[in-house]
Design a protein around this ligand. Structure first.
Ligand code: GCB
Length: 647
């Protein structure tokens, strides 16, 4: 459906009104970009690190470690940032550490940042898991709860107190999860001294991945002028061959400001422009943003330059921010998912931010390798199971046309105490942080508010109704889902979602070893869900563990053969149902990943079709053959990708 321009403006204004009115959070969270008015200083590299091993884990606060150099407080070690700290050392106590760890980095701030008080200096942390407190030169500048989203603080005044420009950033990060965090967890103290040593405790978690911790994404300082572009929201549409980009710009630091908005194509030619804080840019002969393998030129991005001029009598401010914009629409019917009014079939993967040594730390070689593997596989999409991924990854998705289901960190909500008001309030804030950060990514086509919560519990109805409604209010332009396991008769959140996403593991967790049950059980499952709710369905997880290199025929569980046949049996049902209401299939999982230790995990979860080191198992070739076949049937392959075997 293409909205006429006036409705488009209204829709954007409505969004603006909502953003203005019902929000729990204040301000924008634009990705820091250099421009003629903005500088960025990245602080990746070696930081100083100390885990607070005191029994209470409070020694660092009692002794105010932030007031001095960390090495003056006791023994410190080198720690790379970004990275999880867990797998960096040879010390099992660091790998399994729970509590506060301390990071520190010293730097010299450029002189003009200190001298020029028309410059605003902001400290930004891409993500740190889970609770963080940050001090600059011993002064507390910000705190944040939540492990997967950025936070920042203006630090201009603090750094200006020391005219030498010396700047010490201290960050305390605590990975303790409670029943009210997302994801939830619970600390249990074992007090039986005949069985456990003094002070013994464990953190129980209800999710299946290692609770990696530390500073996971880049920390940086960036500047803006005192009057600056604080946030931009774009909503895109098209009518015939005219693209429509509704935008809203919010400005801070100036009572009045002049804004000039220019949209440029890839060659840098201006294709539309406008003045003022909101408006609609009309793009003739629009190049739409198309997913990978559906168009010969996928992932087309325009650049939207926002130029602000303001004056306060004393100074004139100029701020320039350039946002990549893909023009596309997303709509859902009872049986289809439409991108640019064309049915889109998700053939993709679920991932984790996970790798050897780095844990969940952002790592460019890994990111680029994963995108090359996605393309090799013929995957057009992934779900950010089970938390928001780094912005850098979403930017890659925008550019390569990889479609994203963007998931919140609400995984493992299994305890009834995690459905209370405190959890709900935090969940609403997390959805706001997520939408605020990712709303302008063309690749993000759906929000997932949770994975497999115990949604049969009575309070789940109010809880998910509220979270889903809030998410739709925040962003009326994208569908919302949550990921269900197989309990269609009792699932409380499903009535409110736009797309049903189902995880199941037939012949694995149910009827292990019985490959013959898949066809009948999956068929029954789909008929039940679609019959009851009349909504399109995505198979959001399915799969089987395979220990690489283990072969048995006839297949048995944990072999590469068994994994292959599980997939092939699922595919038979997918092929029947995708003619009706199945709109996607996402394998669990793209790659093997680390979990907590347990009797069902052999050094982590082995359901990857690639190993943790990104080498293919037999199942990867099954999927590759299938995904390219699906792409050939449903898409318009770019010329250079027509011959996957030669890739
Ligand atoms: C699931 C979960 C996922 C697990 C997977 C498994 O349903 O959503 O986090 O890793 O099953 O392998 O058990």
């Amino acid at each position: 459906m293409c909205l006429p321009v006036t409705r488009q403006v209204l829709r954007a204004l409505w969004l603006f009104a909502l953003l203005d009115a019902g929000l729990l959070l204040d301000g924008g969270m634009l990705y820091p970009r250099e421009s003629s008015s903005r500088e960025v200083k990245e602080l990746s590299g070696l930081w100083v690190f100390r885990a607070d091993r005191s029994p209470s884990r409070k020694q660092g606060f009692d002794e105010a470690w932030y007031k001095q150099r960390l090495e003056e407080t006791g023994p410190v070690i080198d720690m790379p940032v970004p990275a999880s700290y867990n797998d960096i050392t040879q010390d099992p106590a660091i790998r399994d550490f729970i509590g506060w760890v301390w990071y520190e980095r010293e730097l010299v701030v450029p002189t003009h940042w200190i001298r020029d008080d028309t410059i605003r200096v902001v400290l930004r942390v891409g993500s740190a898991h889970y609770n963080s407190i940050v001090w600059v030169n011993g002064v507390s500048v910000t705190q944040h709860e939540g492990g997967h989203l950025p936070f920042e603080a203006e630090v201009s005044d603090v750094i200006r107190k020391d005219p030498t420009g010396s700047c010490r950033i201290t960050t305390a990060v605590n990975n303790t999860l409670t029943l009210e965090t997302l994801p939830p967890g619970n600390i249990q103290y074992m007090n039986d001294r005949t069985r456990y040593p003094d002070g013994f405790f464990v953190q129980s978690i209800y999710f299946d991945f290692f609770n990696y911790a530390g500073i996971h994404r880049p920390v940086l300082l960036y500047t803006t002028p005192k009057a600056y572009v604080d946030d931009i929201t774009v909503v895109t549409n098209f009518s015939d061959n005219t693209g429509l980009v509704s935008y809203i710009v919010s400005v801070k630091g100036a009572v009045t400001a002049a804004l000039k908005v220019t949209l440029m194509d890839k060659q840098g030619h201006c294709v539309a422009s406008s003045n003022g804080p909101f408006g609609v840019l009309k793009v003739q002969d629009v190049k739409l943003w198309w997913p990978y393998l559906t168009h010969e030129n996928p992932g087309y991005l325009y650049s939207m330059e926002v130029r602000l001029s303001a004056a306060d009598g004393r100074t004139t401010y100029e701020d320039v921010y350039t946002l990549p914009v893909g023009i596309r629409t997303v709509n859902v019917t009872s049986t289809q998912f439409l991108i640019n009014n064309k049915p889109f079939y998700f053939h993709g993967v679920n991932k984790h931010e996970d790798s050897d040594i780095r844990g969940k730390g952002l790592d460019w070689p890994l990111i680029v390798k994963d995108f090359n593997l996605l393309k090799w596989l013929g995957a057009n999409s992934f779900r950010t199971s089970h938390y928001p991924y780094a912005e850098e990854i979403l930017q890659m998705c925008d550019r390569h046309g990889i479609v994203v289901i963007d998931e919140s960190p609400a995984v493992g909500i299994k305890d009834i105490r995690s459905f209370g008001n405190a959890s709900l309030s935090h969940h609403l804030i997390v959805m706001e942080e997520l939408v605020r950060r990712d709303k302008n990514h063309a690749s993000v086509v759906m929000w997932s508010v949770a994975n497999e919560p115990a949604s049969e519990m009575p309070p789940a109805d109010y809880y998910f109704k509220t979270v889903i409604k809030h998410t739709k209010d925040l962003d009326p332009t994208r569908p919302v889902t949550f990921i269900s396991s197989s309990n269609f008769a009792r699932d409380k959140g499903v009535p409110y979602v736009d797309v049903i996403c189902i995880n199941n593991y037939f012949s694995w967790y149910h009827d292990p070893g019985h490959l013959e049950v898949i066809l009948i059980q999956l068929n029954t499952e789909y008929e039940n869900w679609h019959g009851k709710y009349k909504k399109p369905i995505i198979q959001s997880e399915y799969g089987a563990d395979a220990v690489p290199g283990v072969h048995v025929d006839p297949p048995v569980m944990f072999t590469e053969e068994y994994q292959k046949i599980v997939l092939q049996n699922y595919h038979k049902v997918f092929d029947q149902k995708r003619a009706q209401y199945l709109i996607g299939e996402l394998i669990w999982n793209f790659a093997d990943f680390m979990t907590t230790q347990g009797v069902t995990r052999v050094v982590g979860n082995k359901k990857g079709i690639f190993t943790r080191q990104r080498q293919p198992k037999a199942a990867a070739f099954v999927l590759k053959e299938r995904y390219w076949r699906l792409a050939n049937e449903t898409g318009r392959l770019p010329l250079w990708t027509k011959y996957p075997c030669s890739l």
